[in-house]
Design a protein around this ligand. Sequence first.
Ligand SMILES: NC(=O)c1ccc[n+]([C@@H]2O[C@H](COP(=O)([O-])OP(=O)(O)OC[C@H]3O[C@@H](n4cnc5c(N)ncnc54)[C@H](OP(=O)(O)O)[C@@H]3O)[C@@H](O)[C@H]2O)c1
Length: 257
Amino acid sequence: MSLSGKAVVVTGASQGIGLAIVTDAIAQGARVAGVARTARPELKATGAHPIAVDLATAEGPAEAVGQAADVLGGIDVLINNVGAFDARLEGFGAITDAQWQYTFEVNFFSAVRAIRAALPSLLERQGAIVNISSIRGRFPQPATVDYGASKAALTNLGKALAEELGPRGVRINTVSPGPTRTPAWESEHGIGATLAAAGGSTVADFLTGFPAKAGFNTGRLTEPAEVAALVLFLASGQARNINGADYVIDGGQSKTV
Ligand SMILES: NC(=O)c1ccc[n+]([C@@H]2O[C@H](COP(=O)([O-])OP(=O)(O)OC[C@H]3O[C@@H](n4cnc5c(N)ncnc54)[C@H](OP(=O)(O)O)[C@@H]3O)[C@@H](O)[C@H]2O)c1
């Protein structure tokens, strides 16, 4: 039932939600390979095997999965967490083909390619996949139009693949977080800084008022460790009859049933 001894691959592993998943998986006794473009000290400090690969390239995901399978001796769990988003405050017409292309490469094709590469091992070991999507895949907004479209595609992929892979013993589920307290929101260069500057405030002031303004009825952003706990539950044997599901974790921001 537990992840103890399992071989787990986490993409986008060096900070934020990915680093929290790595940390939690290792605490549960898993053997973990963490992929990011740079093997940062924070990732190395977890005890995970760092793999430095750009996942937004055609060859990157297969290269990363191959290295992970070599170092771990196979793959039981694949967590497709890598992703990136920018605020598009200039409107739809200002988003270039190159920006659309990169958004889909990093958020969608990274997962398509990683799943394809890991599938032989996952089938052999009757493993599990968890894709990290976003509530923007369900609740589109103009300022994240390309990101939302790429995450909607990722959520859709999970549902379709569950139909094909479920009967073959591999589960695939999706987790859709709302705004989560990662560097994407807190750093001076992320979406939080962009939105704060657009409203003429500092990042700190923006984040103080944001939960109420955005309708989080818990009053705060989600913590990366809270997303990690949900992800690893879905990856574990405790969730062995959950397949093709999409779990929202958003502090009550979504208002529909
Ligand atoms: N934070 C939120 O509010 C939120 C909400 C909903 C969904 N999500 C989703 O949750 C996931 C994690 O978000 P986060 O906020 O934790 O992200 P983050 O803090 O920006 O971290 C992104 C991670 O991915 C790595 N990465 C970025 N581009 C990469 C590339 N081309 N190849 C390989 N690695 C790459 C980064 O390391 P390097 O820079 O070293 O490569 C880093 O480890 C994403 O899929 C995101 O869309 C986040």
